[in-house]
Design a protein around this ligand. Structure first.
Ligand SMILES: *Cc1c(COP(=O)(O)O)cnc(C)c1O
Length: 394
C-alpha cells in the first residue's frame, strides 16, 4: 500500500490473457475477425442483446451511433440531441462530430438525465436523447424510454459504465435504439482500449460493420477465407472510418468477460461496505430502484470538495471526480447556467476508490479518514483551484 489507494486499478488475469493472445500470434491473426468475432458473439450471449460490433473505443462507437442514426433519419446539420453535462466529453463530442447541436438537460438525484428536464428541452429540431448510465446507475431510464416513444425521438445509451448492469433482471441496453459500451482499461471490462456498439436494428448492425472499416463491404478475414480469383476484391461504399477493434484487444476482452459478474459483485460488496461504514454522516448518490449496478463508481457529495480531496491525497487516498460539468469547457459554454443541478453536483462529487484489489481494511481506512476530514472542515469557503490527483481518463 506504499503507493496509496488509487481510484481505479485494472485487474488482468495475466496467464489467461497471454494464452488468448498467444493463439492470435501463433495463427498470425491480430486484426479484425477471429477473436473480435468471438468477443461479439460472447457479448450478445452474455447481454442477450441482438447485435454487437467490437470497436477501437466507445468514443468511436458513440460517433458511429450518431452518424448512422443521422443518415438513416435524414437529420440535418444543426438538429439537436439532448444530452447530459455530467459526463466524459466523448459523449458530447460524438454529437459535435456530426454537426448536430448539444442541448443540455439537467440531472436527477441519480446524477443521470432527469426525464422532466429532458421534456422541457424538446424543440421541433430535437432528434434524439443521449443517456449516460453514470457509474453504472440506470437512473430513470425507463421513464426516458417512454418519453422518447411519446415524442418520436431516438435513444442512444452511453453505457460506458454499464458492463454488467442489470435493470429489472435484464442487462442494460435493451431499452435503446443503440447502446455503446466501453472496454477501456479503467472500465469494468478492461482491455486496453475497446468498445462495443449494439444496435437494436439488424440493418444498422450490418451497416456499422462497413462504417467501422473505411466503408469497405467485407472484412479482410472473410476475404482471406474466401476462395477463388476474386478473393482480393472488395467494394468501398461510404467514406467510413478506421474504428474497428482488433484481435489482441478482443483476447483481453474474452478473458475479462468471464470474470465480469464476479468482479461486479465484488464492486457491489465494496460499495456495501462504504454504505455501512459511512452511515448517515456522508451524502451518497443512490442507486435507482430495480437497478443492479455494475458499480463502476461509488460517488459521494461533500461541501469543500477540493479541500477534502487534497486532505485525502495527503493520506495517500486518491479519489476522482466524475465529472467536471461539460458546460465549464469553452466548446460547451453555451449550456452554462442551464443545468444548475449538474453544475452543483460537479462541485460536490467525489468518486471513492473502487477496484478489485481493495479489501475491507482499505474501505475502513478510507471511511475513517474521510469522516475525520469532513468533521474538521470549517463552513464552506472559497479556495484557489488546487492541483488534484486526477486519473487520465474515465
Ligand atoms: C470512458 C467513457 C467514454 C469513452 O470510452 P472510450 O472507450 O475510452 O472511448 C464515453 N462515455 C463515458 C461516460 C465514459 O466514461
Amino acid at each position: 500500500m506504499s503507493d496509496g489507494i488509487q481510484l481505479f486499478t485494472p485487474t488482468y488475469r495475466v496467464e489467461e490473457c497471454l494464452a488468448e493472445i498467444k493463439e492470435c500470434l501463433e495463427r498470425g491473426w491480430t486484426g479484425v475477425g477471429y477473436k473480435t468475432i468471438e468477443l461479439e458473439q460472447a457479448w450478445t450471449k452474455y447481454t442477450g442483446l441482438p447485435h454487437a460490433h467490437f470497436l477501437a473505443s466507445a468514443t468511436a462507437g458513440l460517433h458511429l451511433a450518431v452518424r448512422l442514426l443521422k443518415e438513416r433519419g435524414g437529420w440535418q446539420d444543426g438538429d439537436e440531441i439532448i444530452s447530459t453535462a455530467l459526463t466524459f466529453v466523448s459523449t458530447n463530442h460524438a454529437i459535435l462530430y456530426e454537426n448536430l447541436n448539444v442541448v443540455f438537460a439537467d440531472v436527477d438525484q441519480y446524477l443521470c438525465l432527469d426525464p422532466k428536464s429532458i421534456e422541457a428541452k424538446i424543440t421541433p429540431k430535437t432528434r434524439a436523447v443521449m443517456f449516460v448510465g453514470l457509474g453504472g446507475n440506470a437512473g430513470q431510464l425507463e421513464e426516458v424510454v417512454k418519453l422518447c416513444k411519446k415524442h418520436n425521438l431516438k435513444l442512444i445509451l452511453d453505457a460506458a459504465h454499464m458492463a454488467g448492469t442489470r435493470i429489472n433482471g435484464r442487462h442494460a441496453g435493451h431499452e435503446a435504439d443503440v447502446t455503446v459500451f466501453s472496454f477501456h482499461a479503467v472500465k469494468n471490462l478492461p482491455t486496453a482500449d475497446g468498445g462495443m456498439i449494439c444496435f437494436a436494428e439488424e440493418s444498422l448492425d450490418k451497416e456499422v460493420r462497413k462504417w467501422s472499416w473505411l466503408g469497405i463491404n467485407k472484412d479482410t478475414f472473410s476475404r482471406t477465407v474466401a476462395q477463388g480469383a476474386y478473393k482480393w476484391h472488395y467494394e468501398v461504399e461510404v467514406e467510413g472510418f478506421k474504428y474497428h477493434g482488433n484481435s489482441i484487444m478482443a483476447s483481453l476482452g474474452l478473458v475479462a468477460l468471464k470474470y465480469l459478474d464476479r468482479d461486479n459483485s465484488y464492486r457491489r460488496q465494496v460499495s456495501a461496505w462504504y454504505d455501512e461504514l459511512l452511515g448517515d454522516s456522508i451524502e451518497k448518490v443512490p442507486t435507482a430502484p430495480g437497478c443492479e449496478s455494475s458499480r463502476h463508481l461509488y460517488q459521494i457529495l461533500v461541501d469543500n470538495r477540493d479541500e477534502v480531496m487534497l486532505a485525502l491525497n495527503e493520506s495517500k487516498i486518491y479519489p476522482g471526480v466524475h465529472y467536471r460539468v461539460n458546460t465549464a469547457y469553452q466548446m460547451y459554454a453555451h449550456g452554462a447556467n442551464s443545468v444548475p443541478k449538474a453544475t452543483n453536483a460537479s462541485e460536490r462529487i467525489i468518486s471513492l476508490p473502487l477496484h478489485m484489489q481493495m479489501t475491507r481494511l482499505d474501505v475502513e481506512h478510507i471511511c475513517q479518514t474521510l469522516k475525520k476530514i469532513v468533521q474538521s472542515m470549517p463552513a464552506k469557503k472559497v479556495v484557489p483551484a488546487p492541483a488534484i490527483n486526477m486519473q487520465p481518463v474515465g
